[in-house]
Design a protein around this ligand. Structure first.
Ligand SMILES: Cc1cc2nc3c(=O)[nH]c(=O)nc-3n(C[C@H](O)[C@H](O)[C@H](O)COP(=O)(O)OP(=O)(O)OC[C@H]3O[C@@H](n4cnc5c(N)ncnc54)[C@H](O)[C@@H]3O)c2cc1C
Length: 302
């Protein structure tokens, strides 16, 4: 029986594990380093304590070592099912059935690829998925945002802090923004282009985008298609969600007792500093939750 099983081995899950294992809770982290979004970040320079910047892969490695140092176990597997009775049964891809008193969902949000040729190869080399992370690289440059909904509009507006030359490309037939965002887009002179992008062309760095009916030079492109959430576990456990994102209270607990969440699967501000803070909040409150609960419920007698 684990005190806590953390699903996700990104910054949110590892940060939670540091807090729970250091507080002597039997902690297991399940997840793959290669599936964390952070693996794509080659030079993180906005995270506290690393003024010269740090490679995302290295940061994940250090975080895992720190959690292990305090006693957390980490397995590189995938969770394929969760069942709740009094405790939680977690089934992994290689057939393990694991028991836990509490769980933390820290599964992040997978990158929403746009299906444009070379988008994966050029990630970090002119193609990006995070305006607040990589926007500062494009001061005064010409950039494109690919997407047609409110999420894409938000990204385009955020990028106007760095350059006045922002084009929003629908990558489909038409745009669907709410009226407030539409007003803001106009006010900030963001160009709207209804076109489907086919290919990113680069030398070492992005040079131009080829569309179904022509091409245009750009210095950078930000993918902002949709906003999918990791809601599979939420629906299995009956956790409340909003717009595909998991809802939590101020302690990081979801609408289901004993299930906490942290990181990008909860939405807004998709940055490591926030992910790590969420992990801390869930971890600290799980310690309180279990200590208070042990007074009323003795798992060992079950
Ligand atoms: C190109 C790029 C550059 C970035 N640059 C920066 C930057 O400079 N600064 C910054 O602050 N942020 C940056 N980010 C954002 C940052 O990487 C994310 O905010 C962060 O990784 C999210 O953390 P997380 O723990 O919520 O999820 P993730 O790091 O995405 O981790 C999710 C984890 O969940 C696991 N998981 C998912 N489903 C399952 C399952 N069924 N079973 C088991 N495990 C599962 C995965 O294996 C993975 O370990 C960047 C992102 C990208 C893509």
């Amino acid at each position: 029986m684990h005190d806590v099983i953390i699903i996700g081995r990104g910054p949110a899950g590892l940060s939670a594990a540091i807090f729970t294992s250091r507080a002597q809770l039997k902690t297991l982290v399940i997840g793959k380093k290669e599936k964390s979004q952070l693996i794509y970040a080659k030079h993180v320079e906005n995270y506290f304590g690393f003024p010269e910047g740090i490679d995302g892969d290295k940061l994940l490695q250090i975080g895992a070592e720190q959690a292990k140092k305090f006693g957390a176990d980490i397995i590189e597997e995938e969770v394929i099912n969760i069942k709740k009775k009094k405790t939680f049964t977690i089934k992994t891809s290689d057939g393990k059935n694991l028991e836990a008193k509490t769980i933390i969902i820290a599964t992040g949000i997978p990158i929403q690829w746009a299906g444009i040729k070379n988008e994966k190869e050029l990630l970090g080399k002119g193609v990006h998925t995070c305006a607040s992370c990589d926007g500062p690289m494009y001061k005064g440059k010409k950039i494109a945002v690919i997407g047609n909904g409110n999420y894409a509009a938000e990204d385009a507006l955020e990028l106007t802090s760095y350059t006045k030359d922002v084009t929003l490309i629908s990558h489909g037939p038409k745009f669907t923004f709410n009226s407030k965002l539409e007003e803001q887009l106009k006010k900030n002179n963001i160009k709207l282009k209804v076109a489907r992008a086919k290919e990113f062309v680069a030398d070492k760095f992005l040079r131009k985008i080829i569309f179904e009916d022509g091409e245009e030079a750009f210095d950078g492109a930000f993918l902002a298609c949709g906003t999918a959430g990791a809601t599979t576990f939420a629906s299995k456990l009956g956790i409340e969600t909003k717009d595909g994102l998991i809802k939590v209270d101020e302690n990081g607990m979801t609408s289901v007792q004993g299930v906490f969440a942290a990181g990008n699967c909860m939405g807004a501000c998709r940055q490591i500093a926030k992910n790590v803070g969420d992990g801390c909040n869930a971890g600290v409150n799980i310690v309180k939750f279990l200590k208070a609960k042990d007074v009323f419920f003795d798992y060992a007698k079950e």
